[in-house]
Design a protein around this ligand. Structure first.
Ligand SMILES: Cc1cc2nc3c(=O)[nH]c(=O)nc-3n(C[C@H](O)[C@H](O)[C@H](O)COP(=O)(O)OP(=O)(O)OC[C@H]3O[C@@H](n4cnc5c(N)ncnc54)[C@H](O)[C@@H]3O)c2cc1C
Length: 611
């Protein structure tokens, strides 16, 4: 069997091991090709990328080997997780292999801690070790090759095979294709086209949405304004590169505050977004590797109790989730034994467990008003007028930093928000079982995704501290919500809802390309679309209208592509990022010992390919 995997990111890499294990158990001959324009590790985890770009997952929670927490029909090769490897064998691996970032890797490995956020490049190094290990343990009936080429075309053939064309013009036939491309190129919006043209005409700099590792940040001139649209994870990558990368230094003083010493080569960053919110930071990890939270509210029983005709409303769904986070907040508040409360803590917690309004119960027990959790303020942190906006932001960041330093289990807020991660698998299961109708799922995506982004997908707390230090040093200015950028004869001008006005000759859209089937600029996606093998997701709403999710349609259980006629496509799998929002929250790398979804998915695909 000839299998072609498009993309050499974590998902397909994990799949390679499963395919080899299954191939070994058969009598036939098998040929596996994995293709990517980037080295093994792919665009996100490219070992050659800027080592200043940090992962936002701690090192002990990353792996590529399928461990025993995943139920497998055929066992295969196991190995160390990322931290274990980095701590033991990485140094020898660097001695026998040549990597451009060797010096940076050695410096990192020397101080790497299991709870430390490593560079994304270092995980790419691990990916190379992993792939080489697979190659060394191939059974006689299986060939494995990495082709460092972009796949430009995939065409279905009459005999149900696929013809694959690579960027160098070579072709190959595949019996099975697994398309796992991560973020792909999309058509620029009218505004992006206009900014690009404007920049060209007036010798300005404009960087459109792209992978941070591809961004030509050297083009950004120092000692000038640069407007940055986007306050998410790409922004934090750019922030590091435009400050530390320009020779600036952060210094931690005896009282533990961080200050920034500029090099004089930095631009002045003016950063904002439509919502104007900054994501909450990732707190210090306090959890054992496979530990997960036991829910009290967001349980199958409580969800079932609110179901009517097999469905629950989004409001009820979220209500239970918010109650869970609220309970965890108060639980953590009670865990601080330095505080004496005028009531029995156990009684309070029992009352909360039986409460329909946890804040009312907390007030009834005498929790002071400033310690009552205020969800409106948490979810709308930048609402209102703030005359000294930078002071307002640095104070807000300080609250986040102080809390996050208490750890992801014990911190009242960060510990509560961590449930978005701990209960993610359970949440996804409910979604995949269609507990929400299409109408309610639409509401879920609209309302829950921003909450998840704000509270659960932030950078390590160190990056938030760095941002705070940079604002204080005058290197960064955060715009109020509603940033709008327009062109002027001089360059670009940004305005926000509090009437701040910033001029600049440099503009950066610090975000990844959108996930879209409708506006894809990717030739493979176009091929699959044109041949009717790939389509978006159309769900029927109660009023007869259609809710379209602009993502690739697949069978959520088997990951097989579903074509424009709603039929499963034989031997074509579409996996990961392009299916986001249909498969909810797919953007994470495999985690060891928790029956990880990526690892499970690989097992499911391998089973189908070989059965
Ligand atoms: C900037 C960034 C930082 C992230 N940081 C983290 C993090 O710290 N922790 C975490 O858990 N998750 C992180 N993620 C989420 C990330 O999506 C997953 O961790 C993981 O990389 C997904 O794996 P994947 O294999 O599906 O896709 P990817 O890792 O994106 O790999 C897909 C690969 O397919 C290749 N490709 C696309 N089209 C073609 C083609 N036609 N031919 C050949 N190759 C092709 C791409 O070049 C790419 O290398 C991050 C994502 C981004 C974009």
């Amino acid at each position: 069997m000839k299998i072609v995997l498009i993309g050499a990111g974590p998902r397909n890499l994990v799949l390679v091991e499963r395919l080899i294990a299954y191939a070994k158990a058969t009598a036939g001959l098998h040929d596996i090709t994995i293709a990517d324009a980037y080295p093994i590790g792919g665009a996100v985890w490219n070992p050659d990328q800027n080592p200043r770009f940090m992962a936002n997952t701690i090192s002990q929670q990353l792996t590529l080997f399928t461990d025993d927490s995943v139920k497998k029909q055929v066992s295969g090769l196991t190995g160390p997780n990322f931290y274990e490897w980095a701590h033991t064998d990485a140094s020898d691996y660097l001695t026998t292999h040549h990597f451009k970032n060797e010096q940076a890797f050695r410096a990192e490995i020397a101080i790497l801690n299991p709870n430390h956020f490593a560079s994304r490049a270092l995980f790419g190094l691990y990916a190379n070790y992993y792939f080489e290990t697979l190659q060394k343990h191939l059974p006689d009936n299986t060939q494995l090759q990495f082709k460092q080429q972009y796949v430009t075309h995939v065409h279905p053939q009459a005999d149900e095979t696929f013809s694959i064309t690579f960027a160098d013009g070579s072709t190959q036939t595949a019996d099975v294709v697994v398309y796992t491309p991560g973020y792909t190129n999309v058509d620029p919006t009218d505004e992006e086209k206009q900014f690009k043209q404007h920049a060209k005409t007036h010798q300005l700099v404009y960087l459109p949405p792209m992978h941070p590792s591809d961004a030509p940040l050297a083009e950004i001139k120092g000692n000038q304004n640069v407007i940055i649209r986007g306050l998410g994870l790409s922004f934090f990558d750019y922030l590091a590169e435009l400050t530390i990368g320009r020779g600036g230094q952060f210094v931690r003083s005896a009282d533990d505050t961080l200050t920034y010493q500029p090099s004089g080569q930095e631009p002045h960053l003016i950063a904002g977004s439509r919502s104007g919110t900054l994501p909450r930071s990732k707190a210090y990890n306090q959890k054992a590797q496979a530990e997960s939270y036991q829910a009290l509210f967001f349980t199958p029983e409580k969800i079932q109790a609110r179901m009517i005709d097999g469905h629950i409303s989004y409001d009820d769904f979220y209500d239970l989730f918010q109650k869970e986070m609220t309970y965890k907040y108060y639980f953590n508040l009670m865990s601080d034994t330095a505080i004496t409360w005028p009531f029995d803590r156990a009684d309070f917690l029992t009352s909360l467990q039986n409460s329909q309004d946890l804040n009312a119960t907390a007030r009834a027990f005498g929790i002071p008003e400033e310690q009552i959790i205020n969800w409106d303020a948490i979810l709308n942190p930048v609402a209102g007028e703030h005359p000294d906006y930078q002071k307002f932001i640095t104070d807000m960041l300080q609250v986040d930093i102080t809390d996050a330093r208490k750890g992801n289990d014990l911190a009242p807020f960060a510990g509560a928000f961590e449930l978005l991660k701990d209960l993610r698998g359970r949440l996804r299961e409910y979604l995949n079982q269609d507990y929400l109708t299409p109408d309610e799922y639409e509401k879920f995506l609209k309302q829950f995704n921003p909450i998840n982004r704000l509270l659960n997908i932030g950078p390590p707390v160190l990056r938030i501290e760095q941002l705070q230090a940079l604002i204080k040093a005058g290197i960064v200015t955060i715009a109020a919500p509603g940033i709008k950028v327009q062109t002027t004869t001089e360059g670009f001008v940004a305005t926000d809802s509090q009437k701040h006005r910033f001029e600049s000759r440099q503009l950066v859209d610090a975000r990844l390309p959108a996930i879209t089937v409708a506006h894809t600029a990717d030739s493979v996606m176009h091929d699959l679309k044109d041949n009717g093998l790939l389509t978006d997701v159309q769900l029927n709403k109660a009023d007869g209208t259609t809710f379209t999710i602009d993502a690739a349609y697949n069978d959520r259980k088997t990951l097989q592509a579903i074509d424009a006629n709603g039929q499963l496509v034989k031997n074509l799998f579409i996996h990961g990022t392009p299916t986001e929002n249909w498969n909810w929250f797919t953007s994470f790398a495999p985690r060891p010992n928790v029956n990880d979804k990526n690892l499970r998915d690989a097992e499911i695909m391998a089973q189908q390919i070989f059965n």
